[in-house]
Design a protein around this ligand. Structure first.
Ligand code: IPM
Ligand code: MG
Length: 387
């Protein structure tokens, strides 16, 4: 065997060993944390990079406002965690610095601003994305992304598998020799069953009638094939729900088909297709800047905006004009996740009034519009007027 084949085989063996260990960990992790049984819930606030600290701060203010009594009673504690910046990550050459990870693990739920994801050619070292690393480290396997456009009849909830697929070893592929590079998508039984169950349970709880599985199982036969099979098996446990499956290419087309798209309700997708389709879906709602995203695991959960860190806005001195609505949506998802559904609803309602119905202030990203702080004040005033 040539040297490079032997070297590749050795690297591959290591990857398989790591994945087997991960499967064992998943098998041990049976139950979801129950927030109502906790005396105190710790909410971590992580600013991130670029416009992250500015917009996260606004969402934090709103959470403090909505949870004032709980904070006073000691039921809720906020923990501001610094240091998840690209500068720090580059300095220690880690996707998440050890001290930051330690702090994150002291929390129950986390609200996170966008973090810069380096890529080849950037001034930063090409380290793994902090998002992806956090999802893996805290085993946040379900990426839940709702998209709603009532006037178009759109009401979708995406369940994107968040720890496997093309992302599991996304920074661990390798060049076999000068001519060949290989990446390795991963599908596991445990990992697929849990995302499928999360989607079907959600459908049942929220009175949804249909769940749509999206893969490319006709071509990516092994990993996508396994994903599809397992989702279909789990579907049998939910006889009241209609199930269909689509390939990702035609699915991206059907989202723009005005007649067809209103029939979809809940989607289950492997990681990469979920990444792509949720950006397309968010566009109908007003762009990725308007959508929130929940990353749910059994022990931890993290809530974030789905857009990037917009470093240019900061360079041009426009950070304070950045639109905080996506991370405020994420904050509403956080509230509802830890058992404050009433307050989450109020916040959602206020956001709808401020963003679509009343629009007394508009955030444009420039000094032609309101600042993020003014917008957050507007949201809080609107909440007060709902009481
Ligand atoms: C998202 C983002 C991330 C992803 C990036 C920043 C790594 O696009 O949350 O959808 O690809 O998952
Ligand atoms: Mg994305």
């Amino acid at each position: 065997m040539s040297d490079f084949i032997a070297a590749a085989a050795e690297k591959f063996t290591k990857l398989v060993e790591e994945q087997l260990k991960r499967v064992e960990r998943m098998k041990q992790d049976k139950d979801f944390i129950q927030y109502d049984k906790l005396d105190k819930i710790i909410i971590g606030i992580v600013g991130g990079d670029g416009i992250g600290p500015a917009i996260t701060n606004e969402a934090h203010r709103i959470l403090e406002f909505l949870l004032k009594d709980e904070v006073q009673k000691g039921r809720i504690e906020f923990k501001v965690i610094d240091g998840l910046t690209i500068e720090r990550r580059a300095e220690v050459m880690k996707a998440i610095p050890d001290d930051v990870l330690e702090e994150l693990k002291k929390c129950h739920v986390i609200l996170k601003g966008p973090t810069t994801t380096p890529r080849a050619g950037d001034p930063w070292p090409n380290i793994e994305s902090a998002n992806v690393a956090m999802r893996k480290e805290l085993d946040l396997f379900a990426n839940v992304r709702p998209v709603k456009v009532p006037e178009l009849g759109i009401d979708w909830t995406f369940f994107r598998e968040n720890t496997e697929g093309a992302y599991a070893l996304g920074s661990k592929g390798f060049h076999i020799n000068e001519d060949i590079a290989l990446d390795f998508p991963v599908t596991t039984t445990e990992g697929t069953e849990r995302i499928a169950r999360a989607a079907f349970d959600y459908a049942v709880k929220n009175n949804k009638k249909r769940v749509t599985i999206v893969t490319k199982a006709n071509v990516v036969k092994t990993t996508d094939g396994k994903f599809l099979n397992i989702c279909q098996e789990i579907a049998k446990e939910y006889p009241g729900i209609e199930v269909d499956d689509w390939y990702i290419d035609i699915m991206t087309a059907k989202l723009v088909d005005e007649k067809r798209r209103t029939q979809f309700q809940v989607f289950i997708l492997p990681n990469l297709y979920g990444d792509i389709l949720t950006d397309e879906a968010a566009e109908f709602q007003g762009g990725v800047g308007t959508a929130g995203s929940a990353n749910i695991g059994k022990r931890y959960a993290m809530f974030e905006a789905i857009h990037g860190s917009a470093p240019r806005m900061v360079q041009e001195g426009r950070a304070k004009y950045a639109d905080p609505s996506s991370i405020i949506r994420a904050a509403a998802m956080l509230l509802s996740h830890i058992g404050y559904g009433d307050r989450a609803k109020k916040l959602e309602e206020a956001l709808d009034i401020c963003m679509f119905k009343e629009r007394k202030l508009v955030v444009t990203g420039r000094d032609t519009g309101a600042t993020g702080a003014e917008f957050a004040d507007y949201v809080m005033d609107t909440i007060k007027s709902l009481d």
